[in-house]
Design a protein around this ligand. Structure first.
Ligand code: SF4
Length: 364
C-alpha cells in the first residue's frame, strides 16, 4: 500500500497526540510543567537518560525551585547538584541564562521563541521545546529522536547529521503539527522516539500507534534507518591519576582550568601521560610536597565525545606545604558534600569519598 505525504501529514498528529495523552510516562516536569521546570528538564535530558536524570532533577528543583534561586546559587553548590550528570557547561549556562532572565525578563522565561534562543545554552531544540510545551507556540523541537522517527516515517535515507536534512525534517514536523496542540505533539514525537521508535535498529513497530502511516515499516527498512555519517575516531589520551593522601587521610585534589573539558571542577591531580612513580614524586615535589610511592591503583577509561582518557592510578602518601593555588587537601566528607568530582573519576570516587557511586549516568 502506498502511503502518501497527505496520509502522513493528515493522520500523524491525531494518532500520535491521542496515543501520547493516554500513554505518556508520568514525569515530574510533565505533571507540574512550569516554563522553568520544562527548561531545566530539557537541559538535563540533553545528554542523560530520563531514568538517570530523575533523582538529580528532583533534588535540583528542591534546592533551586525558581529562576531566582538558580541565578543566585553559589557555583560550588550548583556543580554539586549537577555532579554525575556530566557536561557541566550545561549547568553553568543554565545559571548564566537565569541571571539574564532575572535582569531582563523580570524572572520569567520569555514566551517568545527568538528571545529564548538568545539566552545562554538555549539552542533551537530547547527553545522549541520550551516555546511549544510551556507556551503552546507552534514551533518545532527537533533533536536526534525526532530525526530518527521522521527518517523512518518517511523512509528517508538522507544523512541526519547534515544541516540540510535537519532543515527539511523540521519543515515536515511543522507541516504535521496541529496548531492547537504543538506542545503535546512535540512531546509525543519525543516519547515515541524514546519508548517505541527506539534507536540502534530496535523500533517496536508492532506496538507503534503510527505504524499504519509509516513508510519505513511498510518497506521493511525501519531498522536500517536513520543514516548517519560515522563519527571521527576519538583521540586517545593517556592519563596518570595521582591518589595522594596525607597523614590525616585527606586526599589531594586539584581544580581544573576555568575553560575547556570539565572546566572549573575538582579532580585528583593528573598528568596527561602515563608516568613512572618517580616522575609522580618529582611532580609532587614541585608542588611543595614530599611524597612516597605506595602502590599502583586501578586503571579505568572514560569516554568524552571527542576524546578517550585511558587512566592509570598511582597511590602515594605525602606531607609538606602546598605551593600551588589549584591544589588543596580534602577529607572524604568534604569530597562527598562539598567538592564536585566528575564521573570521569568514578573508578576512584569510592576510595576517595568512602561511599559507593551510582552507576546510572553513562556519560558524565
Ligand atoms: S512503525 Fe516502526 S519505524 Fe515507523 S514510526 Fe513506528 S516504531 Fe518507528
Amino acid at each position: 500500500m502506498l502511503i502518501s505525504q497527505q496520509d502522513i501529514e493528515g493522520q500523524l498528529a491525531p494518532l500520535l497526540v491521542d496515543w501520547y495523552r493516554q500513554n505518556a510516562r508520568v514525569l515530574p516536569f510533565r505533571t507540574h510543567s512550569t516554563p522553568y521546570r520544562v527548561w531545566v528538564s530539557e537541559i538535563m535530558l540533553q545528554q542523560t537518560r530520563v531514568a538517570a536524570a530523575l533523582e538529580h532533577y528532583n533534588r535540583f528543583m528542591q534546592q533551586l525551585p525558581t529562576v531566582q534561586h538558580l541565578a543566585e546559587c553559589p557555583e560550588e553548590k550548583l556543580m554539586k547538584l549537577w555532579e554525575g550528570l556530566g557536561y557541566y557547561s550545561r549547568a553553568r549556562n543554565l545559571q548564566k541564562a537565569a541571571q539574564v532572565i532575572v535582569q531582563q525578563h523580570g524572572g520569567e522565561l520569555p514566551a517568545d521563541y527568538k528571545q529564548l534562543l538568545e539566552l545562554p545554552g538555549i539552542g533551537e531544540y530547547t527553545a522549541g521545546a520550551i516555546a511549544s510545551i510551556s507556551f503552546g507556540l507552534p514551533v518545532a523541537a527537533v533533536d536526534g529522536n525526532v530525526l530518527r522517527v521522521f527518517a523512518r516515517l518517511y523512509n528517508d535515507d538522507s544523512d541526519i547529521l547534515r544541516p540540510e536534512t535537519k532543515k527539511e525534517f523540521t519543515k515536515r514536523v511543522l507541516r504535521c503539527m496541529p496548531s492547537d496542540a504543538a506542545g503535546d505533539f512535540n512531546q509525543a514525537i519525543m516519547e515515541l522516539g524514546a519508548v517505541v521508535c527506539a534507536p540502534n535498529g530496535a523500533p517496536q513497530c508492532l506496538a507503534c500507534p503510527v505504524a499504519s502511516i509509516c513508510r519505513g515499516f511498510a518497506a521493511g527498512t525501519a531498522s536500517q534507518l536513520p543514516v548517519k555519517t560515522p563519527p571521527k575516531a576519538r583521540k586517545i589520551q593517556p592519563i596518570t591519576v595521582l591518589l595522594v593522601q596525607d597523614e590525616q587521610g585527606r586526599y589531594l585534589i586539584q581544580k581544573r582550568p576555568e575553560k575547556g573539558l570539565l572546566a572549573g571542577l575538582w579532580q585528583p591531580p593528573l598528568l596527561e601521560e602515563h608516568v613512572s612513580p618517580e616522575r609522580a614524586v618529582d611532580w609532587l615535589a614541585r608542588q611543595g610536597l614530599c611524597a612516597v610511592y605506595q602502590k599502583t591503583g586501578k586503571t579505568a577509561k572514560h569516554i568524552f565525545s571527542h576524546i578517550e582518557w585511558q587512566m592509570k592510578a598511582l597511590c602515594l602518601t605525602a606531607s609538606g606545604n602546598l605551593q600551588a593555588d589549584q591544589l588543596l587537601w580534602a577529607t572524604p566528607e568534604q569530597l562527598r558534600t562539598e567538592y564536585t568530582l566528575p564521573n570521569a573519576f568514578k573508578a576512584y570516587k569510592t576510595t576517595m569519598t568512602g561511599e559507593k557511586v551510582s552507576k546510572k549516568p553513562k556519560n558524565a
